[in-house]
Design a protein around this ligand. Structure first.
Ligand code: SAM
Length: 221
């Protein structure tokens, strides 16, 4: 079973990350700063779609235990180099794609690293995967997380479809926030916090219209 992202999407992301300076210390996203402050008593953060690892590395530098996943081998190779360069030990990276059988098992393994509460985190990820993979993402998250654990997501919404973009055109699925909430609730989460708008994820001339949500895993499936 293929564990990386399939075909053209994998080619895009591998090329994207292979052309970056993996050792560059990049600033975390605005959403990472938000999540670190909202983490409460969670000491374990599980990131999905970590890319260069900039947010995961930031969490690790701030004392969290981190397990970060991405479906691109080039992304994970760069993350591992950054981990070594920054001398971080309480952070692990795994190459695994949402939508494969291995993903659910990898999440369970990640969650098993702490007996306390955990925060799962996915930034600019839901719009990078298909509708079908979004359902797999929530299903596998619900199976791996424990009651009370939280899941923080930030993604481009349908209102961002025509906005300026900095990166080259590639697969982006502009997402309807109400659908994300419905998928999460059906999978066993409740929404604790939700917001949308401009200004949350500005990068140069790309001021994406995004949605943020924090979901809590309920006791019953
Ligand atoms: C838009 S980037 C976001 C990177 C990072 N979270 C950030 O905010 O800078 C989307 C990431 O999702 C990864 N990705 C795309 N499809 C995936 C899948 N099915 N499973 C796991 N990772 C995937 C890509 O390799 C890429 O690193």
């Amino acid at each position: 079973m293929l564990q990386t992202i399939s075909n053209d999407k994998n080619e895009y992301w591998n090329h994207f990350y292979a052309s970056r300076d993996a050792l560059k210390l990049s600033a975390p996203s605005q959403f990472a700063a938000f999540a670190a402050q909202e983490a409460g008593d969670a000491h374990l953060i599980i990131e999905v779609g970590c890319g260069t690892g900039r947010d995961s590395l930031f969490f690790a530098r701030h004392g969290f235990d981190v397990f970060a996943i991405d479906g691109s081998e080039a992304a994970i190779a760069g993350c591992e180099q950054s981990r070594v360069a920054q001398g971080l030990e309480r952070i692990s990276f795994a190459c695994c794609a949402v939508g494969t059988d291995a993903f659910g098992q990898t999440l369970i393994e990640a969650r098993g690293r702490s007996g306390g509460p955990a925060l799962a985190y996915a930034r600019f990820f839901l719009h990078a995967i298909s509708d079908e993979d979004e359902l797999c993402f929530f299903r596998d998250m619900a199976a791996a997380l424990r009651p009370g654990d939280r899941l923080a997501v930030e993604y481009r919404t349908i209102r961002d479809a025509n906005g300026a973009k900095v990166t080259q055109p590639h697969f982006r699925r502009f997402v309807e926030p109400a659908q994300v909430v419905a998928n999460a609730v059906r999978s066993g989460f409740v929404e604790e916090y939700g917001v949308e708008g401009y200004g949350y994820a500005k990068y140069l001339n790309d001021d994406a219209y995004v949605a943020r949500a924090v979901f809590r895993k309920t006791a019953t499936p």
